[in-house]
Design a protein around this ligand. Structure first.
Ligand code: SF4
Ligand code: SF4
Length: 254
């Protein structure tokens, strides 16, 4: 029998599911290709603005985007009942940097070649506002092809490798937030994070077994050190702890 989720987690799951349903509309605003195309033509476009906003949001909210509103996260959580296997982040987390660093280098090279950014068009390649509707110079089938490739990658990895495996390996958006979080942690201004009280912990390890990012949350609680670059601040551990040993906090400090 399916266990009823705590209210906050039902809301969160609903939000990431809605984000996934909206992905045919929003895809180009999160696209790793459209930002390159914009760079080649010196155009600040929707995806560049969105990635910039992810970086800025991480300065205060860490990776809450990933936990609460990302379509990629939503589709992976939807298929989680098929394969609940935790992934070994230590073995695969580096892969996304192997993708991100060359990708960012290409964008920077293209902007330099174009002589810098010279115009702004938020709806670049999404002129009518719906990503899968295609663009004037591109057939609709091309947009759907890209859409299904992205879905297949995230779904395939989650089903074959395990929980949110796409977030650990192929996500081109996560590094923007990880860098934002790293900067915040250097300065220690007020931001959203988790706090733990090891003395309240009953060592049941429900936090670890339920973490969608496969983190060893129980060990983090024992040393009261909840900061982890892969934590998406989804609050699953908070809401599964019957002893209230983990809680959200919005405060400063390193
Ligand atoms: S890691 Fe990437 S795909 Fe996963 S939730 Fe974050 S932004 Fe979305
Ligand atoms: S540690 Fe808690 S808040 Fe962070 S990803 Fe895991 S369950 Fe979510």
């Amino acid at each position: 029998m399916l266990r009823q989720l705590p209210l906050r987690q039902r809301i969160r799951k609903g939000l990431v599911f809605l984000a996934f349903l909206s992905f045919p509309i929003t895809m180009n605003f999160l696209s790793p290709y459209v930002i390159i195309d914009g760079a080649m033509n010196g155009i600040v476009n929707g995806s560049l603005i969105m990635f910039g906003l992810m970086f800025v949001s991480a300065l205060f909210l860490g990776r809450a985007w990933c936990g609460w509103v990302c379509p990629g996260g939503g589709i992976q959580e939807m298929v989680e009942p098929i394969n609940r296997k935790p992934v070994n982040g230590r073995k695969i987390d580096w892969i996304k940097w192997l993708i991100w660093i060359p990708w960012i280098s290409i964008i920077v090279m293209m902007v330099i070649r174009a002589g810098g950014y010279s115009s702004l068009n938020f709806l670049y390649h999404t002129e009518n506002g719906i990503s899968v509707a295609g663009a004037p110079d591109r057939p609709i089938v091309f947009a759907y092809f890209i859409y299904y490739i992205v879905i297949a990658l995230f779904v395939g990895l989650a089903i074959i490798v395990g929980r949110r495996a796409g977030c650990h390996t192929i996500c081109w958006m996560a590094p923007f937030m990880m860098i934002g979080r790293w900067i915040r942690n250097r300065f220690g201004w007020a931001s959203l994070h988790l706090k733990a009280d090891a003395s309240a912990c009953a060592d049941c390890k429900k936090c670890t077994s339920n973490c969608p990012m496969s983190l060893d949350v129980n060990s983090m609680v024992q040393i009261e050190q909840m900061e982890n670059v892969e934590c998406i601040l989804c609050g699953t551990c908070v809401d599964n702890c019957s002893k209230s040993a983990i809680r959200y906090s919005f405060s400063g400090g390193k």
